[in-house]
Design a protein around this ligand. Structure first.
Ligand SMILES: [Zn+2]
Length: 304
């Protein structure tokens, strides 16, 4: 049983407002189909369609304040109620208490300890490797989780060789933001297909897309619409390539943000969890972000 977890930062289910919520302003046929024909807003309910299970998922843990990436991602990769354990939401990078929880155990460590293979599928640029190695920048919670399992972080060579995917899906950011002229650029649909091809090489594969949170903090409605249209095409590529009998694809987020483009903060909205694959019903019991990892663990470690 294979698991591909697609993590999108800062995507929640917000008010159905076409000028505030890009999900209501964009044409998103694949995302809508994944929610059983519903637009991704707070009105969307738990749905099971032929290909997918859609679950509005609590990211607050009944802890006051706005959910943050450090604790939210940690809950996803450890399956523990991290905001409640440390007594608050913390981020964007994990604090010391959260880092200790991540190092105690997470999906990457569990997979590797069971003799199975795991990977973080993003390619990071040389500057990122440099600052992480020198301790000038803290890894995010999911990066720390992968690193604590001894996994290698992919880089420029892996991107060029097709062993990893750019965090912006297409690789266009390596040209526009990093100054490269010759690194590969693919379409969002191809990125979805590539994600599936890469995930076939591992038992557990994780991919993080963080631009959704960046646009939620600093972007405009047209920028948010543009990004969600890309996500829709990526998921179309994923759906076309994924073999439902081989495992599950899970898409989830750590907290809301982009769904309320009228303000620049995270929200306390529920986040969408989508599960694609024949075993999707196993995720029916997911209520909050800490409920996802235990089901993945069961699928990876106890099923053949
Ligand atoms: Zn944020």
């Amino acid at each position: 049983m294979r698991v591909l977890l697609i993590f999108v930062d800062g995507v929640g289910l917000g008010e159905p407002h076409p000028t505030h919520n890009p999900f209501c302003a964009a044409d998103l046929p694949t995302l809508t189909a994944l929610a059983g024909g519903q637009v991704w807003t707070q009105d969307a309910t738990h749905q099971q369609s032929e290909r997918a299970l859609f679950i509005p998922t609590d990211a607050t843990f009944n802890v006051a304040g706005r959910p943050q990436s450090g604790t939210g991602q940690a809950a996803i990769v450890t399956g523990r109620n991290v905001p409640r354990i440390i007594g608050g939401h913390y981020g964007p990078k994990p604090d010391e208490a959260t880092r200790a929880i991540i190092r105690e155990g997470n999906l990457f460590i569990d997979t590797v300890n069971a003799g199975k293979s795991a990977a973080l599928l993003e390619a990071y640029p040389p500057a990122w490797h440099h600052v992480i190695r020198r301790g000038k920048r803290l890894p995010s919670s999911y990066q720390l989780a992968a690193g604590s399992a001894g996994l290698r972080f992919f880089g420029e060579d892996d991107l060029r060789a097709g062993r990893a995917l750019s965090g912006d899906w297409t690789g266009a950011g390596w040209h526009s933001e990093l100054g490269y002229e010759d690194t590969p650029i693919i379409t969002p649909y191809e990125a979805g297909q590539k994600l599936v091809a890469l995930a076939r090489e591992y038992d557990f594969a994780f991919f993080s897309h963080w631009l959704t949170d960046v646009v939620g903090h600093r972007g405009t409605l047209p920028q948010a619409v543009d990004l969600l249209v890309k996500l829709d095409a990526v998921m179309c590529g994923v759906l076309d390539a994924w073999d439902d009998t081989q495992g599950v694809v899970i898409l989830t987020s750590d907290h809301g943000n982009i769904e309320a483009i009228n303000h620049k903060n995270h929200t306390r909205n529920a986040v969408p969890t989508v599960v694609i694959g024949a075993e999707k019903s196993r995720f029916e019991r997911v209520r909050d972000l800490s409920d996802i990892a235990p089901v993945i663990r069961d699928l990876l470690l106890h099923d053949q």
